[in-house]
Design a binder for this molecule. Structure first.
Ligand code: ZN
Length: 283
């Protein structure tokens, strides 16, 4: 009897092994607000190489390996029109996935913001200059290179040891006739506070601009970048590999800042998303 059972197993196992497991794609939320991130995860997918294409909002995105899981991060830009959008994924074996994401309007919260004396004070000329400078500086921060593969193997961590948000992501900052969306989070940080890399990555940009002041950009791979603005000092060079938690800079008030603080922005595939929502994805 025992022998027969083994024979049965011997005959049956190749058949069982060939039963295909259909990978499932989980999308934890089907409704997001403008400026929020989305974390996707595949279960039952053997390898990243099985993904043929993945697309959302007209852009291709990359899956990555994390902790023996296969995930992807998506960002909905703060200016993305409210509506229903599709995530489309095709695997090499021909399987396709379509998930619908509803994007809701973000509540407009106005925040008056004066222009500091060092940038000309609250005059129409300095307001016009600010908006022009901002456009020029933003252009230098577009299409920043990102490693094809993710460079991190641990969860993302906060950039300061003491966290106090002084101005959240998404506020509409009003300067004269202009409204500027705040595409990052401001944290309280006195001049010279240690600023840590939020994860492993490669330094892509070290520059000084009129509005963002001393600016550092780290590429974490798979389309994720972190931006640290208004710094007083930057301790790393372009091309350098930095570790999660490594002190990469000191906070300050360079550029368009009315007091010392750290401004942190996080972009996913070029779209700025709410950093605090981003960190909460990994808890
Ligand atoms: Zn800010």
């Amino acid at each position: 009897m025992r022998k027969l059972f083994f024979i049965f197993l011997f005959l049956a196992s190749p058949l069982l092994a060939r039963t295909p497991q259909i990978p499932t794609l989980s999308v934890p939320r089907d409704t997001v607000t403008q400026g929020e991130p989305i974390l996707l995860e595949f279960t039952g997918l053997n390898s990243l190489n099985n993904v043929e294409s993945a697309e959302f909002l007209g852009k291709n995105f990359r899956f990555y390996n994390f902790d023996e899981r296969i995930q992807a991060l998506l960002g909905v830009d703060i200016h993305q029109k409210a509506g229903i959008y599709k995530i489309n994924i095709r695997l090499k074996d021909g399987l396709t996935y379509e998930k619908r994401i509803t994007v809701k309007d973000r509540e407009k919260i106005p925040e008056p913001l004066g222009i500091p004396e060092k940038l000309g004070g609250n005059t129409t000329t300095s307001q016009n200059n600010l908006v022009n400078d901002l456009a020029k500086e933003n252009a230098t921060l577009e299409n920043i290179k990102s490693s094809r593969v993710s460079l991190w193997w641990e969860n993302f961590s906060l950039p300061l040891s003491n966290i106090f948000v002084t101005s959240p992501f998404g506020y509409s900052r009003e300067t004269g006739k202009y409204t500027i969306a705040h595409k990052g989070t401001d944290f309280r940080a006195s001049e010279g506070t240690s600023v840590s890399a939020i994860n492993t990555g490669i330094v892509r940009i070290v520059q000084t601009g009129r509005t963002y002041g001393k600016t550092l950009v780290i590429d974490h791979g798979a389309g994720v970048h972190s931006f640290y603005l208004h710094l007083s000092e930057i301790n790393v060079k372009v091309g350098e590999l930095v570790q999660r938690g490594q002190v990469v800079a000191l906070s300050g008030e360079t550029g368009y800042a009315t007091a010392p603080h750290l401004h942190l922005s996080i972009r996913i595939n070029g779209s700025s998303i709410d950093p605090m929502k981003f960190f909460s994805l990994f808890r």
